[in-house]
Design a protein around this ligand. Structure first.
Ligand code: 8NA
Ligand code: MG
Ligand code: MG
Ligand code: MG
Length: 339
């Protein structure tokens, strides 16, 4: 018998992999037609061909492997794994500007693993979601860490490629949400207000630690929007996209992924799926835009919450990298029990 905690660990990493592999087909479609989405998924039932993962999973695997093998965060080791994976398989659909970071890391032998990312976009750093898309294994590793320690680990892993505050805060938010989903034991009744309130407390501390008036706190604002949307019976796709986003920025995708997870706890009228894990993935993809990344982030939360056995077996069979995800989940579970 597998402990519920281990099954939640496996669910998180497998959920992330299937979200990436299945979302990738629709990536960059500005609008996904519901009919097309449902037909695609119906046809998938008889597909045997492997559905390949993209940069999201390629990088998440390096995060997991490095944490396991180094028994904690070793930034140089993680940076060199990102680099060698990139040069082994550069066509996994990486973000447009990230090759410059990998090239500088490679030339310098990762001597200062944080420097190349700082130089991106004239020193502004990337605000892309490439930090958040890969952070989920950190929530498994950091299950028992204090909130402060967890935020520090998420930030350092993200800083290897992204230094813009939006990218850092986005990865921290994603990691916190996955950890909350892992820690949730009542899989039938998630209190969404509590869930959002805990995330708001975390983000408030990160965005506005001195509690200043009129201080920008964009992630807290998005959490308010999510809460407001959840009070309504339904919200049009177009309004979700307009207010929360579906693009490659962290701010325009991490809150969206959280909303997808929380909205899909209940039936969604145009997604006729009983299984709430499946519903989460299809709903995330239905929003269009950066579908692999929003589905991988929502998939990590949903898999963590519902556990591995809610991830359809056929999806597990056809998505590339599922057995490895199970193996990393087990190793992170063992590691974190020893910490
Ligand atoms: P990134 O750091 O290259 O950022 C992605 C893009 O965001 C950049 O290429 C810029 O266009 C833009 N950007 C980021 N920061 C700034 C800034 N400070 N000023 C102006 N523009 C900026 O790569 P990443 O790792 O963050 O990207 C992750 C995404 O790329 C994921 O969705 C992943 O799946 C992949 N991807 C996305 C698409 C898509 O359009 N949906 C397509 C292929 C690959
Ligand atoms: Mg991708
Ligand atoms: Mg993407
Ligand atoms: Mg179970």
């Amino acid at each position: 018998p597998v402990s519920p905690r281990l099954s939640k660990y496996c669910g998180a990493l497998v959920g992330a992999v299937v979200g990436d592999c299945l979302g990738a087909y629709f990536e960059c479609k500005r609008h996904v037609k519901v009919d097309e989405l449902l037909n695609h998924f119906a046809a998938l039932d008889s597909v045997r061909k492997e559905q390949q993962f993209t940069d999201d999973t390629a990088m998440a695997r390096s995060v997991a492997r490095s944490l396991v093998e180094k028994k904690g965060l070793d930034v140089k080791d993680m940076a060199s794994r990102f680099v060698s994976e990139f040069y082994k398989e550069p066509d996994r659909g990486y973000g447009g500007s990230i090759a410059a970071v990998f090239s500088k890391l490679e030339k310098s032998g990762c001597s200062d693993p944080f420097l190349p990312a700082k130089e991106q976009f004239d020193g502004q750093g990337s605000f892309g979601n490439g930090g958040a898309m890969r952070i989920s294994p950190t929530a498994l590793y950091g299950y028992n860490l204090s909130e402060e320690e967890l935020n520090k680990v998420s930030e350092d892993i993200t800083r290897i490629t992204h230094t813009h505050p939006d990218a850092l805060r986005g990865a921290q938010l994603q990691c916190s949400a996955v950890r909350l989903a892992l820690r949730e034991t009542d899989t039938d009744h998630l209190n969404t207000n509590n869930f959002i309130q805990k995330l708001r407390t975390t983000m408030k501390q990160l965005e506005n630690p001195q509690n200043l008036d009129n201080h920008p706190q964009p992630y807290c604002d998005k959490l308010d929007t999510i809460e407001e949307f959840l009070k309504r019976d339904s919200v049009d796709c177009s309004e979700v996209v307009e207010c929360l986003g579906n693009d490659i920025s962290a701010l325009g995708s991490v809150p969206t992924a959280i909303y997808c997870f929380l909205r899909s706890l209940k039936p969604v009228d145009y997604i006729p799926k009983e299984n709430p894990f499946e519903r989460t993935i299809l709903y995330a993809i239905s929003l269009g835009g950066d579908t692999d990344t929003i589905a991988t982030m929502a998939g990590a939360m949903a898999g963590a919450y519902y556990e591995l056995d809610r991830v359809p077996q056929h999806w597990q069979d056809i998505c590339e990298g599922v057995p490895d995800a199970v193996s990393y989940a087990k190793q992170l579970h063992t590691l974190c029990s020893d910490l």
